[in-house]
Design a protein around this ligand. Structure first.
Ligand code: GDP
Ligand code: IMO
Ligand code: MG
Length: 428
């Protein structure tokens, strides 16, 4: 069975981009199934750092065809910028190797303005969104008033749809005391973008199923993470899509029988950007130590927004939950190298809520907000591990850390990364 699903096991930024790039070497097609340019996926090839937001990370392999699936929300103007950026570094982009599902929904300036207005209105309860218009675009999709990529093929109808959407948003913006947007200029800008993107639009579900029937290997690249899933995450501090494995099926239009591998990507510690619960969050010196100063591109500052990420110890409660929701067949552990030099590491093995210990995350925000992590300690290691390529190259305490995580989660860790470069991998 030829499809693999790649899913973030935590709150996003686990290193999915680098894992997708690695798995893409053995794939024919790489397809993003959810989210939009709220994602920021980093791939490093021979020292060159490439940040992708909409285009699947497989694009850096010449043989791979990339798909922006129907489950995505696509900002056409930002997609064109990303395509230009990729072309500028010598990546070949053509309709033969990049396609946009005709069923994917489009993000317009209306969604972006509504995203900020909604965050402002929430005040202290703001979600801390990426302000890319993601929530309002999915709201229009489920409200059955969105604009799909397929509409870009009919310029006249498309311009009308954009203008109507902008006017609808203006009514809401003005009602809430915000300045209205210029509907006409948005329509003109989007019409130009549509003319350039139209050749890339096609029925990608049809394409993917044909390729799967022919035995092609498809990698379904997740964005965001399990705890940001609109159903299974820390609602309401979530994104508006389904980043979990189920989302890959609806987000691409393929059946479950096509999938035989679900790779969960977990960072060796926890990070979160935006608001919401994080029981293992650290403050002070330890948090700064995990975050880094921002001097290295892999330090914990948002790829999309530049915001410092909240940092904390690894949370095995979250990982066990993610393994269950997604049906992970294996785990990929990233950023082990960042832990070198810490004398003691902690892993959350349970939560204490009102004096009770539970080993799964509660489903209500009220309970989750009261959850305190129960820790187990593991001795750290001092050695630099960035040059390790085999398990035997790692210090014993690092091996013990990996093994303990595997045991606690109940899923095999097959691969560990020890640096951001393509080859910095340890096969367990
Ligand atoms: P994604 O959103 O899940 O693709 O992750 P991001 O790209 O937003 O953030 C992960 C960051 O960690 C990027 O800067 C990667 O280059 C970097 N990274 C990935 N794996 C490793 C690793 O094993 N070690 C180090 N030091 N950095 C890594
Ligand atoms: P990648 O794919 C980390 C977070 C935002 C906010 C919440 C809702 O790089 O892992 P949204 O703009 O989606 O409405 O914001 O979700 N968020 C992410 N955090 N990595 C991401 O993507 C994220 N995409 C959204 O910070 O808390
Ligand atoms: Mg990211």
């Amino acid at each position: 069975m030829p499809a693999t699903i790649l899913v973030g096991a935590q709150w996003g930024d686990e290193g999915k981009g680098r894992v997708a790039d690695w798995l893409a070497a053995e794939a024919d097609v790489v397809a993003r199934y959810a989210g939009g340019d709220n994602a920021g996926h980093t791939v490093v090839v021979s020292g060159q750092v490439v940040k992708l937001h909409l285009v699947p990370s497989g694009i850096l392999h010449e043989h791979v065809v990339c798909v922006l699936g129907n489950g995505m929300v696509v900002n056409p103007v930002n997609l064109l910028k990303e395509i230009d950026g990729l072309k500028a570094i010598g990546v070949e982009i053509s309709p033969e190797r990049l396609m946009i599902s005709s069923r994917a929904h489009l993000i317009t300036p209306a969604h972006i303005a509504l995203d900020s207005a909604s965050e402002q209105a929430r005040g202290s309860q703001a979600i801390g969104t990426t302000l890319r218009g993601i929530g309002p675009a999915y709201l229009d999709k489920t409200g059955r008033q969105g604009i799909r990529a397929g509409e870009m093929r009919d310029p006249e109808g498309f311009a009308d749809s954009i203008e109507r959407m902008m006017e609808r948003a203006n009514a809401a913006l003005v009602r809430d005391g915000h300045a209205p947007l210029d509907a006409k200029s948005a329509a003109v800008q989007y019409l130009d973008a549509a003319a350039l993107l139209q050749p890339y639009v096609r029925d990608s579900a049809q394409y993917l199923n044909e390729r799967l029937r022919d035995g092609a290997r498809v990698l379904c690249e997740g964005a965001q993470g399990t705890l940001l899933d609109v159903d299974h995450g820390d609602y309401p501090f979530v994104t508006s899509s389904s980043p979990t494995a189920g989302g890959a099926l609806t987000g691409l239009g393929i059946g479950p029988g096509a999938v035989d591998r679900v790779v969960g990507v977990a960072k060796a510690f926890s990070t979160r950007v935006g608001s919401g619960p994080m029981p293992t969050e650290l403050e002070g010196e330890l948090a700064s130590r995990l975050r880094g100063t921002g001097e290295n591109f892999w330090d914990e500052f948002g790829t999309t927004t530049g915001r410092p990420r909240r940092c904390g110890w690894l949370d095995a409660v979250v990982l066990r939950y993610a393994a269950q929701i997604n049906g992970f067949t294996e785990l990929f552990l990233t950023k082990l190298d960042v832990l070198s030099g810490l004398p003691e590491l902690k892993i959350a093995v349970a939560y204490r809520i009102d004096g009770r210990e539970v080993d799964y995350p509660p489903s209500t925000m009220a309970e989750l907000a009261r959850a305190e992590a129960v820790y187990e300690s593991v001795t750290g290691w001092v050695q630099d591990v960035t040059g390790a390529r085999h398990l035997a190259d790692l210090p014993n305490n690092a091996i013990a850390y990996i093994q303990r995580i595997s045991e606690l989660v109940g899923v095999r860790i097959r691969t560990v990364s020890v640096g951001p470069e393509r080859g910095q991998l340890v096969f367990v």
